[in-house]
Write a protein that binds this ligand. Structure first.
Ligand code: NAP
Length: 246
């Protein structure tokens, strides 16, 4: 099992993943961008479950930060899994109103950060690099197949890139002991919507989901935890929608 690195693990889905992983016996290293107190609470919750835990400030848009986060995880013990979860939404806008700067800043986190995180994961986990094997889960979004028209098509496209990263990487490392899978949450009740300028998004869209409500971070974390586990030993290159039928 070993150490699980969760990017963006201080709040929302990442925090729920870290807590479920700790309950399953993983030592956890969570990264965050700015909210050290929230990250500290996740670490305390994990430690209370009897595992080792630490938090590292690491901006997913900064390559050196990602490298430092993996180095910090190495200090806890041998890496066994990585959840590439850090991601941001952007303010609502049509494509005909998007600036290149907005799109580039979002892609740096959601796509470049995800690829660099996978690179660091494979360098440690792959048997081709002398590693023990392991599991990588990428947190994408149902937006990748819905397209998010009138809202944030650029974000949706970034998550389509995450889907494809997962599919391709899974095949690249399938015979090197590393499983790579993608989880696509639908609308989930976290602070991400307020951070994108739509604090009422869960209230507005939740009732329109086929099951009639938004999901919880823990419902997504349950899927991630299963894909990380040996119970999912024959799953790689899978894309699992956790979206209430949306
Ligand atoms: P959230 O509640 O806003 O939490 C985001 C987490 O990522 C926090 O830990 C935050 O750290 C961290 N983070 C943000 N920017 C970062 C950066 N540049 N570098 C490192 N860490 C960063 O978000 P969430 O709803 O849990 O979303 C998690 C993932 O699920 C994202 O990839 C998102 O796109 C995806 N997703 C969410 C939903 C949804 O409805 N909530 C739906 C589909 C997909 P700080 O606490 O320090 O800010």
């Amino acid at each position: 099992m070993g150490v699980l690195l969760v990017t963006g693990g201080s709040r929302g889905i990442g925090a729920a993943v870290a807590e479920r992983a700790a309950a399953a016996g993983w030592d956890v290293c969570v990264t965050y961008r700015s909210d050290a107190d929230a990250a500290g609470q996740v670490v305390a919750a994990a430690r209370s479950l009897g595992v080792e835990a630490r938090a590292v400030r690491a901006d997913a848009a900064v390559e050196a930060d990602i490298e430092a986060a993996f180095a910090a995880a190495d200090e806890l013990g041998p890496l066994g899994g990585v959840v590439v979860n850090a991601g941001v939404v952007v303010p609502k806008a049509r494509v005909d109103a998007m600036s290149a700067e907005r799109v580039a800043a979002m892609l740096a986190i959601n796509v470049v950060g995800a690829v660099v995180s996978c690179r660091e994961a494979v360098r440690r986990l792959s048997t081709a690099h002398g590693g023990p094997g392991g599991s990588i889960v990428l947190v994408s979004s149902a937006a990748s197949r819905l397209g998010s028209p009138g809202e944030y098509v650029d974000y949706a496209a970034s998550k389509a890139a995450v889907d494809t990263l997962g599919l391709g990487l899974a095949k690249e490392v399938a015979d090197e002991g590393v499983r790579v899978n993608v989880v696509r949450p639908g609308i989930v009740d976290t602070a991400i919507h307020a951070s994108g300028g739509q604090p009422d998004r869960v209230e507005r869209i939740g009732p329109l989901v086929p099951v009639g409500r938004a999901g919880t971070a823990d419902e997504v974390a349950a899927a991630v935890a299963w894909l990380l586990s040996d119970e999912a030993s024959y799953c790689t290159g899978s894309v699992l929608d956790v979206a209430g039928g949306r």
